[in-house]
Design a protein around this ligand. Structure first.
Ligand code: WTA
Length: 631
């Protein structure tokens, strides 16, 4: 085998191989893609169903594939209900630690009681099957209870990441026609209270559909509550309606489980839909096989539940597998840079799944912080969100994993529901490569015409066959789903990922990054158009272009080139004002690294901004084909 720059290959140790449930990749992969429906049917057999499917895959209306057609289920049947009768009832489901150091924990039995109570409260508020409930919360247990409670009664949840502004939140509430929002007064981050209910209050003013807000008391900050609209969660929980028993709603396999808003190339963020049946099978199978989950494992996915990683690999996949999960509220380096390492030590974490940004952020504090803690419980380490640079990979491997834990670099997307390219523990590893496709997934790299590129050449990453975790589409906008993902290779029927990649002679995939105008900032997805449309609302701005440029910790950072309106002059003050404006209107994650002022933007003759030219200039790279550029 060969690496990118003749670097070392990391082969699994004997101990890793001995311990692994799946000892060999190639044969199982070959079988899985030769008979995908058989493979997925077998995996579905690990789950409980109210009624089994008539058909594993209904492909009568591509790209709207339906998995486990005819089946009756609810993800809660598998994530909670079936654990109540088994020996799992008293097993620890959720361990939680707040940033100030307070802790709570829940067995599967206790988790079920909480979820039933929350579900009954939602029902009493008139929430029913098919409704969309918006969740805007800090990382506290109630965030997970709320998600599970919605699923249980057949309502879809739409979790909005806490780093978004009230306007972004209102856009999402309005797009989903959400009547009910669940929030908390605030949460703790870096020793400070981050207010949330006050953000929701402002969002509610911009929203005609919002009627009810349920608020969990977390911090005790002062909040404004309006009679008939606002309810404290602890008050509702004390009422007789909040019983600890609640029937789980039987759903069709392809009924909506949740919406999750994510940024694309153009326009406003879109809501992707995931469903009960296929998503249950996909998240649990990938989690079980890739993380080689054992009954006694303590598993920590240190993502935010408000991101797809949190949905699939904090909440649903692990709970379906009956795992013990950890959730932490705050910053990784608060009060000291070894907060995470202390927690790994204290909770005896076996599997830690995080992002390159977090790894790089902690790496800069040096080895002494991890080294003063006992990290020997760790067995597997995972990474997601962006390509991991080999330097961060090796630090994670050597310093955190003590050279004995395989690094599971998982490539996937909100749209895919779960891992698509990933090693399993026995896969030989090359730092920076997500290695090979997961079982049942047929993935390729092709040129603009759809021809497979040669080994080592860059091309578009495409997925050639359907998989059960795939999104059911864009909420109420089927055409946008087709246009964004399926149009480019319509003839072939392939899914366009939006990523560029190459493959080496061992068949290992190397993800290069987005080919569209999506910017990955600290692993979070933001669209150029989204940023530019906020900028355009500022009175000083005529137009602007946002691009992502490499950043040592964040992976990419936002750089904006702005053209001012007549009568405005560029200045440091204006740059600061625009930065504050972005944070207020889009959210703290959209903080620009730099705003530069220009007289005009490079555009095509048809008026499209050529962001790639700005990017090439900033990086001192060749500007490429400029034949379409306007004089
Ligand atoms: C990027 C996150 C390289 C990629 C689960 C993808 C990655 C986008 C990796 C999806 C990885 C995710 N290596 N790039 N291991 N994982 N990406 O929807 O560009 O927030 O298209 O889902 O993240 O981002 P999303």
């Amino acid at each position: 085998m060969e690496t990118n720059n003749n670097e070392k290959i990391y082969y699994p140790s004997k101990q890793v191989i001995d311990n692994a449930n799946i000892k060999e990749y190639d044969k199982l992969y070959k079988n899985s893609i030769a008979h995908p429906e058989k493979f997925w049917e077998e995996q579905a057999g690990y789950l409980s169903w109210y009624k089994k499917w008539d058909k594993v895959l209904d492909s009568s209306n591509p790209p709207f594939y339906k998995w486990f057609e005819g089946a009756k289920t609810n993800i809660i049947l598998n994530a909670l209900d079936r654990h109540q009768t088994s020996a799992n009832r008293n097993k620890l489901a959720l361990m939680w630690e707040g940033e100030p150091g307070d802790t709570r924990s829940f067995s599967y039995h206790a988790l079920n009681r909480e979820v039933c109570q929350f579900a009954n409260i939602l029902k009493s508020m008139g929430v029913k099957k098919g409704d969309v409930v918006t969740i805007y919360m800090p990382q506290i247990p109630e965030q997970i209870f709320a998600m599970l409670a919605c699923a249980k009664i057949g309502a879809a949840h739409s979790v909005v990441y806490g780093g978004f502004s009230h306007e972004s939140l209102a856009d999402r509430i309005n797009d989903a026609n959400s009547r009910v929002v669940i929030t908390a007064d605030g949460g703790y981050r870096r020793g400070k209270v981050v207010e949330m209910k006050s953000v929701v209050n402002k969002a509610m003013e911009l929203s005609p559909t919002m009627e009810i807000c349920i608020t969990v008391k977390r911090t005790g900050v002062d909040v404004y509550m309006e009679n008939g609209r606002d309810y404290w969660y602890h008050d509702l929980k004390g009422l007789p309606i909040a019983s600890t028993k609640c029937e789980t709603e039987q759903m069709d396999s392809s009924d909506m489980l949740f919406l999750l808003y994510t940024s694309g190339s153009t326009g406003k963020p879109k809501a992707l839909v995931h469903t009960h049946g296929g998503y249950s099978v996909y998240t649990s199978t990938t989690h079980r096989m890739v993380f080689d989950i054992k009954p006694e494992d303590r598993y920590w996915c240190a993502a935010d539940p408000g991101w797809i990683t949190g949905h699939s690999y904090i909440v649903y996949g692990p709970l379906i597998n009956g795992a013990t999960i950890l959730l932490y509220e705050g910053a990784p380096n608060h009060p000291y840079p070894d907060r995470w390492w202390k927690m790994v030590d204290r909770y005896g974490i076996n599997i830690l799944y995080t992002s390159p940004t977090a790894i790089r952020g902690l790496m800069r504090f040096g080895d002494s912080w991890p080294n003063r803690n006992n990290l020997s419980s760790l067995r597997l380490l995972g990474s997601v969100g962006e390509p991991i640079n080999p330097e961060a990979w090796r630090w994670f491997y050597e310093v955190i994993g003590n050279g004995k834990c395989p690094i599971i670099d998982t490539w996937w997307q909100t749209e895919t529901g779960g891992f698509m390219i990933t090693p399993i523990p026995v896969t030989p590893l090359k730092p920076g490569s997500a290695t090979k496709p997961f079982f049942g997934c047929v993935i390729s790299i092709v040129d603009e015409k759809g021809k497979e590129v040669k080994t080592g050449e860059e091309g578009n990453l495409v997925i050639k066959t359907p998989w059960p975790g795939m999104t059911a589409g864009v909420y109420r906008d089927p055409q946008r789903y087709i246009d964004t993902y399926w149009k480019k290779y319509q003839k072939q029927g392939w899914y366009l990922t939006g990523d560029a990649a190459k493959r080496d002679k061992d068949g290992y995939f190397w993800i290069i990054g987005r080919t569209d105008d999506v910017i990955k900032v600290s692993g979070y997805r933001l669209g150029s158009a989204e940023i530019e449309s906020v900028m355009a609302k500022h009175p000083a701005i005529a137009e602007s272009a946002a691009i992502g440029l490499p950043h040592a910790i964040k992976g990419n950072a936002i750089h904006i080139t702005a053209v001012l309106r007549n009568g405005f002059k560029s200045s440091k003050e204006l740059e600061h004002e625009l930065t504050a404006y972005m944070i207020e209107h889009l959210g703290p994650i959209a903080r620009p690294e730099e705003i530069i002022f220009a007289d005009m933007l490079p555009k095509t003759r048809s008026g499209k901004i050529m962001r790639r030219v700005l990017k090439a200039r900033a990086l001192g790279l060749p500007e490429g084909d400029l034949s379409t550029m306007d004089e």
